[in-house]
Write a protein that binds this ligand. Structure first.
Ligand code: 6PG
Length: 244
């Protein structure tokens, strides 16, 4: 019996419908209370799926960006202007279009030694995010995607970061890609107030079915379960094609 929270899953006819709904989730959170700190901390997903949402956010003149800090769930070990950089994609589709000052944009330094870059990012998280859950920084919203293999952020199947229980950010060797990535870990992902997955396309259908099926063999994305927060899976019909 799967313990996947089916109530977290919403299936949309098209990726446009998915992105329209995701925009409303983000708008609501950015319109919400900024708490004592007066700040809101939002982690952006990499890859290509989130581009549609980022473009919608960039075009939405009603959003209050005051106090918003933009973070990243993971980054490739490339310079910030490299075509593979998640930061570059976010700059082009969102960051250069919205009034968030550089001091509130927190880039993972993919050009540096990945271990040092992970340590720097963890220290930065601790310094800037005051909300805590059992000592762990609490993001207001973390956006995530999922790969065809069921990875999320840079938590890939069979990699050491999956077993990390203390560190919030690690350098994760990914043999299947012959590279090292910088990634948030489950301890900080699962401390978030809201986690929103955006999954689109038939190539994701087997992995999504495995996530929903649950169990010990479930892919890495299945283990993102906010301990006190809200979990949302926004998927399109193509990605939901193998769901029971
Ligand atoms: C990355 C992402 C990764 C991404 C998935 C899905 O750095 O690649 O953080 O986790 O979300 O690979 O990517 P697509 O949206 O391009 O399918």
């Amino acid at each position: 019996m799967s313990d996947f929270p089916r109530s977290s899953l919403r299936v949309f006819r098209t990726v446009d419908d998915l992105n329209d709904a995701a925009l409303e989730v983000v708008r609501e959170i950015l319109a919400g209370s900024r708490g004592e700190s007066g700040e809101i901390h939002l982690a952006l997903a990499g890859g290509s799926t989130p581009r549609g949402l980022y473009q919608r956010l960039a075009e939405d003149d009603d959003i209050d960006w005051n106090g918003v800090h933009l973070w990243f769930g993971d980054e490739r070990t490339v310079p910030h202007d490299h075509d593979d950089s998640n930061y570059k994609m976010a700059v082009e589709s969102l960051i250069q279009h919205v009034p968030v000052p550089t001091e509130r944009i927190h880039r993972m330094r993919g050009e540096d030694d990945p271990v040092a870059a992970a340590e720097e990012y963890e220290a930065r998280l601790q310094r800037h995010i005051s909300a805590r859950l059992d000592g762990r920084p609490v993001f207001d919203l973390i956006l995530l995607g999922m790969g065809d293999d069921g990875h999320t952020a840079s938590l890939f199947p069979g990699t050491t970061a999956l077993e990390e229980r203390k560190r919030l950010v690690v350098a994760n060797e990914v043999p299947q890609l012959s590279t090292t990535r910088i990634t948030l870990t489950y301890p900080v992902l699962n401390a978030a107030r809201t986690v929103l997955f955006l999954v689109s396309g038939a190539s994701k259908a087997p992995a999504l079915a495995a996530v929903v099926a649950g169990g010990d063999e479930a892919p890495p994305a299945a283990r993102v379960r906010p301990e006190r927060g809200e979990l949302l899976w926004f998927v399109d019909q193509a990605a939901a094609g193998e769901l029971p």
